[in-house]
Ligand binder design. Structure first.
Ligand SMILES: [Zn+2]
Length: 333
């Protein structure tokens, strides 16, 4: 049975976090570790979804994993958080519906803050108390995007500590079998407050490995995307010797070192026509999309600004000047 954990704050409002905890031989109530000697078996892995309320892949992934891991987990403990933003799920909104803020830029939250900050605090408190060895946060990107894993930047760490933690993240990310993308360079990573995303805060505050997996379109429980992420999580758990078997690459995996960034911006207003598929290998200068008038005239050919591939095209059929037409995976080095 799912277990609900409440943290009543002084306003009397109690954000709720639903957790499904799995240990070998089934689903058990596993209390969070508050320093007691009766901690769950290690390693401890957290899988979370739906912090963006319109991104439902993680909900399906957690529910599928709950059924599957009851029978297949051979070691360790897995805590599943199907929805970190249940009101957003109900109302189909990315952000916290009452305050119109992005919960995934508020970690670790505030005990006495706004409702959104208190919800984030409840999530952070609950996850922290389980002392995870790895946190995987599942998101959805856009229709047609390739599935991928994002690795955060450990900007709060220095030298060897930072290198060791980021290398461990890359090792685990590769075990997912998906294409691995590094986050934005440090300065923008911090400016965009990505160190206050769930995975950014786990990496920088807990100093524990964390991965973001992006798969499927928003707003629907996409079957193939759910399957892809379940396969990816299985690979990561196998690499931690928590499951039998070995990680295997996904059919879309692009081996290599990549960094995500905004793609080229449209210079003209018009209809956006993709000229390549997400994941196609591109050289700098190659055309990846056209902007056309409704009469069919080609107003602009949008070209790759470096070697790499389109991760996902923007979710719109009409663009105006200045709009990035895609997210791009740039080759690193
Ligand atoms: Zn998201």
């Amino acid at each position: 049975m799912p277990r609900s954990v409440s943290h009543v704050d002084q306003s009397g409002r109690a954000p709720e976090v639903t957790v499904i905890s799995i240990v070998p031989a089934g689903r058990r109530k596993v209390p969070p570790r508050h320093g007691s000697a009766l901690g769950p078996r290690e390693p401890v892995v957290v899988v979370a979804g739906n912090v963006h309320g319109d991104e439902c892949t993680g909900v399906g992934v957690c529910l599928r994993l709950a059924e599957e891991l009851e029978h297949t987990l051979t070691a360790g403990t897995v805590h599943l958080y199907p929805s970190l933003n249940p009101e957003g799920l109900e109302r189909r909104t990315r952000r916290h519906p009452d305050e119109d803020v992005d919960l995934n830029r508020l970690f670790p939250g505030e005990l006495h803050g706004s409702p959104a900050e208190r919800l984030v605090y409840a999530v952070w408190y609950d996850i922290s108390a389980r002392r995870p060895d790895l946190v995987i946060d599942v998101h959805a990107d856009a229709p047609g995007a390739i599935p991928y894993v994002l690795v955060d930047r450990a900007v709060a760490l220095r030298g060897q500590e930072r290198a060791r933690l980021e290398a461990e993240c890359h090792r685990l990310a590769n075990a997912s079998g998906l294409t691995v993308l590094q986050e934005y360079p440090d300065e923008r990573y911090s400016r965009y407050r990505l160190d206050r995303s769930l995975t950014g805060a786990v990496l920088n505050r807990m100093q524990v490995p964390a991965l973001t997996i992006e798969a499927g379109p928003r707003l629907v429980m996409d079957g193939p995307a759910t399957h892809t992420v379940v396969h990816a999580v299985r690979g990561v758990l196998a690499s931690l010797n928590m499951l039998a078997g070995a990680p295997t690459p996904h059919s879309t995996q692009l081996p290599g070192a990549w960094r995500r960034d905004s793609g080229p911006r449209a210079g003209a207003a018009g209809v956006l026509i993709a000229m390549v598929a997400p994941g196609d290998a591109l050289k700098r200068g190659e055309v990846l999309a056209e902007v056309r008038s409704l009469g069919g005239a080609v107003l602009e050919r949008v070209r790759a600004e470096g070697d790499g591939f389109v991760v996902s095209f923007v979710e719109r059929a009409h663009v105006v000047s200045g709009v990035p037409v895609c997210t791009f995976g740039f080759a690193v080095g």
